[in-house]
Design a protein around this ligand. Structure first.
Ligand code: FRU
Length: 514
């Protein structure tokens, strides 16, 4: 009897063991299968950064440390919508390919980790590291809902792998409910750190200085100025080269509800003075999906200033039809200043390194001579809406000219020039894109042209659901999301005459970075 009982227990144990083994194998297989499908979902950008899963908004703490570009970002580790704000982390060696890193700074009890900067404190001015192991210091807003926003610090002495919150946080607190998004940089002439930080409700950027990143002294403030119809967020101040010159200018950018604006001027380490000729509101991007853009800190001196923004819009960001992630970053852009008719403007181009993603030229045509010509992407060997399309427009008639991408049979997203308005445009109303009201309501975007219209240059970067358009080498830029329900994978030429207004057309399929 005892033997039979023993045999029974043994068989039961073996059976249970096998069952657990099979379950674990199945789970692992499922997980591998799920991982394999990641980055192949409908609408998933293939060369714009997005987290594997869950929600992201602003880029944070862009800093270059020992050959590595760090990208931190507002992240919800638990769900595919805003909440539990935490700093996610990714790194890159070329600003194109990204490696996901473990979460850097998690939410803590009632304090969310809002946007901010990261600096490499090479001389250990903060004392948070050592001379041998200088710390990376993240300065961010600690957010306690409806109670307080103040500036906090976390640091890492292993080049961003692990992070500790400073035990005397906050380091700057005005006792306010709204006071956020510190941007910190080293101002060499005065040998101190400068912080720009927003008073959102007052439409002001405040400037502070510090020699150790821990104690901050008020310097000055800027604003209200320009567009003050919404709360000001995510200030960014950076010195940029003047195009074709050795001169430099300062540009102060701020985000506001759904859009960004910038101010050109001078900064003397204490105060930002806007150029007296800036009379209108200037936008870095004329599209709807460019927000919270900030620039990289501590780039090598031969490196051009570079910024990244969130390619999304608060108005509908929570409703876009993407899963298991929501939100992506724009391509990194290089920045210059240019003076046209006495007014300073921002010039932005995608980093030139982007060319490494180009596959073989798939299509080229000097003059498109057919009215409403259709180029089937499949016929030219492109099987995804992941490509670059460069062309020039000349406007001979009074009708709009351009191209249309992400088409179904009848409609698509039109990009071109509108001679009657003397404006370049992008129009997503003529698409069968997802029809969320807030999204559909803002669909037609224009930007004025400063230069001649006989040869308008376009660089259109299509990445499934994100389109970035650079006009005349960065004179105007549009970032636009679109979620077409069907896409026939073709490009339509909107020629108005048989003489052809779309010229020097080149189409390159682009590689995925994932
Ligand atoms: C801008 C912003 C910031 C804030 C963060 C919170 O998009 O509202 O002001 O720090 O997002 O996620």
């Amino acid at each position: 009897m005892k033997n039979i009982f023993n045999l029974y227990t043994k068989t039961k144990t073996i059976f249970l063991f096998c069952l657990v083994f099979i379950l674990i194998t199945l789970l692992l297989q499922n997980n591998v299968a799920a991982q394999e499908k990641l980055y192949q979902e409908p609408y998933r950008p293939q060369y714009h950064f997005s987290p594997k899963i869950n929600w992201t908004n602003d880029p944070n703490g862009l800093v270059y440390v020992k050959g590595v570009y760090h990208l931190f970002y507002q992240f919800n580790p638990f769900e595919n919508f805003w909440g539990h704000m935490t700093w996610g982390h990714a790194t890159s060696k070329d600003l194109i390919h990204w490696d996901h890193q473990p979460i850097a700074i998690p939410e803590e009890k009632d304090t969310m980790i809002f946007s901010g900067t990261c600096v490499y404190d090479l001389n250990n001015s903060s004392g948070l590291g050592t001379q041998q192991k200088p710390p990376m210091v993240a300065i961010y807003t600690g957010h306690i809902k409806d109670v307080n926003q103040s500036q906090h610090i976390a640091f890492s002495i292993d080049e961003g792998k692990t992070w500790k919150k400073y035990n005397k946080n906050p380091i700057l607190d005005l006792g306010k409910k709204d006071f956020r998004d510190p941007k910190v940089f080293w101002y060499a002439p005065k040998k101190y750190w400068v912080m720009c930080v927003n008073l959102p409700q007052e439409h002001q950027v405040q400037f502070y200085s510090s020699v150790n990143l821990l104690n901050w002294k008020f310097l000055s403030d800027f604003g209200p100025k320009g567009d003050t119809t919404g709360v000001w967020e995510c200030p960014d101040l950076v010195q940029i080269p003047v195009l074709h010159s050795t001169q430099k200018k300062w540009v102060l950018q701020v985000s506001m509800s759904e859009k960004m604006q910038y101010f050109m001027g001078e900064f003397d380490g204490i105060k930002f003075i806007i150029d007296s000729n800036q009379k209108t509101i200037l936008r870095p991007d004329a599209g709807p999906d460019y927000y919270a853009g900030i620039s990289y800190g501590q780039l090598p001196s031969n490196h051009l200033p570079t910024s990244i923004a969130w390619a999304n819009n608060w108005r509908y960001a929570g409703k876009i039809p993407t899963s298991p992630w929501k939100g992506a970053m724009t391509l990194p852009r290089n920045l210059w200043a240019e003076n046209t008719n006495g007014v300073w403007h921002l010039i932005q181009k995608p980093i030139s390194n982007l060319n490494i993603l180009r596959k073989k030229l798939a299509y080229q045509k000097i003059v498109t001579d057919t009215k409403d010509e259709n180029i089937s992407l499949e016929a030219i060997g492109i099987n995804a809406d992941v490509y670059e399309c460069d062309f020039e427009l000349s406007s001979a008639s009074n009708e709009k000219v351009g191209i249309s991408v992400l088409n179904d049979k009848f409609m698509g997203i039109e990009i071109g020039y509108e001679p009657n308005l003397k404006k370049v445009f992008i129009n997503r109303t003529k698409t069968n894109s997802f029809s969320e009201k807030d999204f559909a309501e803002i669909s037609y975007f224009t930007a004025p042209l400063n230069s001649a219209t006989d040869k308008i240059k376009f660089k259109v970067l299509v990445d499934n659901s994100i389109i970035e358009v650079f006009v005349n080498d960065g004179e105007s830029v549009f970032t636009v999301q679109a979620f077409p329900i069907h896409s026939d994978k073709n490009i339509k030429i909107l020629n108005t005459t048989t003489l052809g207004s779309v010229k020097n057309l080149q189409i390159y399929p682009l590689q995925s970075i994932w």
